[in-house]
Design a protein around this ligand. Structure first.
Ligand code: GCU
Length: 606
């Protein structure tokens, strides 16, 4: 599939000229192509902000701001929406996509084809497609693109070494869209250059990074910075040298500071070899334990990037307590658009309702930046499932303004993507997407339990896969009960939360149903607020989830989608139904055999 598709920008009819160098030039070119006569007022100190006059005849903003204004004007016209009035300013200055692309062309956790940037151990991309990607990102206000996997493997090190001229060429393309590149680096990179250590307090190490970073910025003066995964899942890091993560991060940040770059340091640090007999270690507690006490010790240009939940992008997790515990540190929240645990872009899973919930508990001002793992690949439609594009689109809008509602973002995407669809069908599609996460949640691991997914691949059921794996992450189901007690009497995880959330999660009664098994160990005959037992609730959810997946297919079949999207969506829908059925059967069988409980409605349990 290599044909060009415009995703939510169907009003963009053709390719852009190749010689664009600034966002303002791009804005002019786009408006001209769309036949819109709007005047651009470039104001030097407005940066990314913009405003559009009431009649749409003037766009005022900084160099990047006018481009954002132009896209929003075109989108508003295409969707028949009113533009917001007054100056529009992004909530976060850093709105980033993290690609997990490897130099060999493979994408870690990628579900939409091979890398857009690399193949066969080198850069390999279609410049026209890069410009198209630039358009897509800029149209929703995304301004930083980290192009390589956080797990940096040979030869990706060379991105900041002898591949710099090529990195510079790619940066040139994206610069015209106000998108700055970032690269993931290997914390131990100096060791490849004859330095016997990567100890952050060793002068030779610091000096190597200073010198190397000078070369990087000579080639790409506006590089956004470095992204680092250290001491995580066997990646090297400061722990090897008895140093903490502030020492590690600050050393790198000091090499970047003179060039205006930021150091984004990921907090996905936990013991991935926990022995099952060790009941004290509790994986969700790890990030807080490693970072909270360091609050205030990070340099100004360090950003700690924390996953939205304390585990790892599971379908349902509470907000990470680390995000609530570091007021003196610059924080970025990390979401995952790649549907690693949420259906591999086979199953439909629209994320905005989930982001909204996280934000309701966190508050938008707890973080100062936002990142999301990319769901992009070389597939003609970029995202595998045509509907998965809604997540990229909405993410951009949300990163600009987290007060955007899921309904509005999803409805706008539908309108722009399917301009010819009648209003009633569009409403149906919006409803299907809005509900898609709830359906997926029902047929997978119950009530926030997490980790019942097939080991390694993370698609389909594997209720005991991680329970008996060396990579131990446990739910501890037995014949009487399931879950881990994370209250003050248990692992104490709940104590990492501020009082209000702590009180909400502390008892099984106060804890919302959808998180009950995240926080509590409950007997199968535990009676829920609605009078059902826990085991009955598990059965009901799974049967319902499977039925709802089937109903989604009926809905989908009646939607007047363009033929290509229809084919792609229906083919995946059949796989989703199969997946839902497997989850339903296997999870129910798993709990049935442990508990011995029959289904109150006499449905088949295997
Ligand atoms: C998950 C994922 C890995 C990834 C890691 C990360 O564990 O399965 O593939 O490397 O997250 O976020 O670093």
């Amino acid at each position: 599939m290599n044909e060009k598709r415009h995703l939510w920008l169907p009003f963009l009819k053709s390719d852009l000229p190749e010689n664009l160098t600034t966002p303002a030039q791009t804005a002019r070119a786009e408006l001209e192509q769309a036949g819109i006569a709007a005047k651009l007022n470039l104001v030097t100190d407005m940066g990314e902000s913009w405003s559009v006059s009431k009649d749409g005849s003037e766009i005022t903003g900084g160099e990047t701001g006018v481009l954002y204004g132009a896209y929003r004007l075109m989108m508003a016209r295409a969707a028949g929406e009113a533009l917001p009035t007054g100056v529009q300013t992004p909530r976060y200055p850093l709105r980033m996509i993290n690609c997990w692309d490897n130099a060999d062309g493979d994408v870690e956790r990628g579900y939409s084809g091979r890398s857009l940037f690399f193949e066969g151990g080198k850069f390999d991309y279609d410049p026209a497609r890069m410009r198209q990607l630039g358009r897509l990102l800029a149209s929703v206000g995304i301004n930083v693109l980290c192009i390589n996997n956080v797990n940096v493997r040979d030869p990706a090190h060379r991105l900041i070494e002898d591949w710099l001229p090529e990195l510079a060429k790619l940066a040139d393309i994206f610069r015209a869209f106000g998108v700055r590149l970032m690269v993931s680096i290997d914390y131990a990179q100096p060791i490849r250059h004859g330095i016997p250590t990567a100890d952050p307090l060793d002068e030779r190490v610091a000096q190597w990074w200073i010198e190397q970073t000078k070369k990087v910025y000579a080639a790409v003066p506006d590089l956004a910075g470095y992204l680092v995964k250290a001491d995580s899942e066997s990646r090297p890091g400061p722990f090897t040298y008895g140093r903490n993560h502030a020492e590690g991060a600050n050393m790198l940040a000091r090499a970047l500071a003179p060039h205006g770059g930021v150091l984004v340091w990921r907090c996905f640090v936990y013991n991935c070899q926990q022995d099952w007999r060790d009941a004290k270690t509790d994986r969700p507690m790890a990030a807080y334990q490693h970072y909270a006490y360091l609050d205030g010790q990070f340099d100004k240009n360090v950003i700690l990037q924390v996953k939205n939940g304390p585990y790892d992008f599971q379908v349902r997790e509470p907000v990470s307590p680390t995000l609530l515990a570091m007021p003196k540190t610059t924080l970025a929240i990390e979401f995952q658009l790649a549907q690693e645990y949420t259906g591999h872009q086979i199953d439909i899973y629209a994320m905005p309702p989930m982001w909204r919930e996280v934000y309701a508990d966190m508050g938008a001002d707890r973080v100062q930046a936002i990142a999301a793992v990319s769901n992009l690949g070389r597939d003609g439609n970029y995202t595998g499932h045509p509907f998965a594009a809604v997540n990229l689109f909405a993410y951009g809008l949300f990163a600009w303004n987290p007060d955007e509602t899921p309904e509005h973002m999803i409805a706008l995407w539908c309108r722009l993507t399917y301009p010819d669809m009648d209003a009633a069908s569009r409403e149906t599609l919006v409803g299907l997407l809005m509900n898609s996460r709830a359906v997926y949640e029902k047929y997978t691991a119950p009530l926030g339990l997490c980790w019942m997914v097939a080991r390694g691949v993370h698609y389909g059921p594997g209720p005991d896969d991680y329970e008996y794996d060396r990579w131990g992450t446990y739910h501890r189901a037995d014949r009487d009960a399931v879950g881990i007690d994370r209250t003050a009497n248990g692992t104490g995880y709940v104590l990492q939360y501020p009082p209000e959330l702590r009180a909400r999660y502390e008892t099984p009664e106060s804890c919302p149903d959808e998180l009950k098994l995240f926080f509590h160990r409950l007997r199968y005959d535990y009676v829920m607020a609605d009078g059902r037992t826990l085991i009955q609730r598990i059965y009901d959810d799974h049967f319902e989830g499977y039925e709802q997946a089937k109903a989604m297919k009926a809905t989908l079949e009646n939607l007047p989608l363009p033929s290509r999207d229809r084919e792609e969506a229906l083919e995946r829908m059949d796989r989703q139904i199969k997946n839902a059925r497997e989850w339903c059967d296997i999870v129910n069988a798993f709990f049935h055999r442990f508990s011995g409980a029959e289904d109150a409605h006499g449905r088949t349990l295997y």
